[in-house]
Design a protein around this ligand. Structure first.
Ligand SMILES: Nc1nc2c(ncn2[C@@H]2O[C@H](COP(=O)(O)OP(=O)(O)OP(=O)(O)O)[C@@H](O)[C@H]2O)c(=O)[nH]1
Ligand SMILES: [Mg+2]
Ligand SMILES: [Zn+2]
Length: 328
């Protein structure tokens, strides 16, 4: 506290970035004298922008460090990033060109899986994202944007499709044209660090701007005809959003993804599909493949109508992909 009793602006800047006592303890444990804490707020593949108590500055990437991600808390000196503090979560996907993991964001509490109602909901994509978000150690949230462009019945049908594909995941329908759902999104992201992921043109950056109340992220109209996006956001960036009436939040805006490959171990897939795996122990055979065995509890649940055949198919598919990809 400063003598006037108010928080000094430097401390306030760090706090707005998400700095807490827990991070301060992690920094102290790292014992790197002559360094200051900062958060990676932008990553373009060559350098990172870090923001700390004194504002933002650029640091080159160094091969000696683990790959940095937007959202990382680091200790920096005048020239470089010295240490990365242990992450509380790490959002990754399978690198579509090189294989292995590709880091998307670190230390996020929640991930908004954003999809536009101007195109069909793709259950498989949502399931893939949910697996990767749970693998990250974050909470998934589905945001269906552009409600103003479809009739209410179509929006309800999309919500139902999401609920079938990803049972138990909170879903918010939004429109920046009518402000629908924005308070619900605000409540979901308050005081947190949240990443928005999804296809190009889904409306991720538009949502960032709506939450901020001003244009802080570039947006661009989707293609006419097929509503495809134009890959407007080209680098991952963390935006600090102040809220005079609340704690504010931090949003990591990400470039639209064409693919989201599974990169985790099969146990995470099993956890996400616990509506399927809950039955497996009751199958008669330990090595039951749930295809045609007698006394298969999974097939019995499908026959009884308590389990969706598509959930079983998706579980199998993503489980195989996790096993092939040999993630963490
Ligand atoms: N009508 C309507 N248009 C929206 C809404 N949200 C986003 N859009 C439009 O959708 C287009 C794409 O939005 P962006 O925010 O650039 O999409 P993005 O997900 O950030 O796309 P990338 O950066 O390419 O990944 C823009 O023309 C937005 O104005 C909405 O709620 N209603
Ligand atoms: Mg964008
Ligand atoms: Zn079985």
């Amino acid at each position: 506290m400063s003598p006037s009793g108010s928080t000094p602006p430097e401390a306030e800047r760090l706090r707005a970035l998400g700095w807490t006592e827990t991070w301060a303890a992690a920094a102290a444990a790292a014992a790197a004298p002559g360094t200051a804490p900062a958060r990676v707020v932008r990553h373009d593949g060559v350098a990172v922008v870090v923001a700390g108590a004194d504002g933002a500055s650029t640091r080159p990437l160094r091969p000696a460090l683990p790959p940095l991600a937007v959202g990382d808390w680091v200790l920096v000196d005048a020239e470089s990033v010295v240490t990365v503090l242990p992450r509380t979560s790490l959002l990754q996907r399978r690198d579509p060109t090189r294989g292995g993991g590709q880091v998307m964001a670190a230390n996020v509490d929640c991930v908004g899986i954003v999809g536009g109602l101007d195109r069909p909901v793709k259950p498989g994509r949502i399931q893939r994202f949910v697996v990767q978000v749970r693998a990250a150690g974050a909470v998934p949230l589905v945001v269906l944007t552009k409600a103003d462009l479809v009739d209410p019945a179509a929006a309800r049908a999309a919500v139902a499709t999401v609920a079938r594909a990803a049972p138990g995941i909170a879903t918010i329908v939004t429109s920046v044209a009518t402000d629908r759902g924005l308070d619900a999104v605000r409540a979901a992201v308050a005081d947190r660090t949240v990443a928005f992921v999804g296809e190009s043109g889904a409306g991720k950056s538009t949502l960032v701007n709506a939450l901020a109340g001003r244009e802080i992220a570039a947006t661009r109209a989707v293609r006419r005809g097929d509503a495809k996006g134009r890959h407007t956001t080209t680098a991952r960036a963390l935006h600090v959003i102040a809220d005079p009436n609340g704690p504010g939040c931090r949003i990591v805006d990400t470039p639209g993804l064409r693919e989201i490959g599974i990169y985790t171990d099969v146990g995470v897939v099993d956890d996400v599909f616990d509506d399927v795996t809950v039955h497996v122990d009751d199958c008669r055979f330990d090595d039951c493949t749930h295809t045609n065995e007698p006394e298969c509890a999974v097939l019995a649940a499908i026959a009884a109508g308590t389990l969706d055949l598509e959930r079983l198919a998706a579980w199998r598919h993503l489980r195989d992909e996790a096993a092939e990809g040999r993630g963490p």
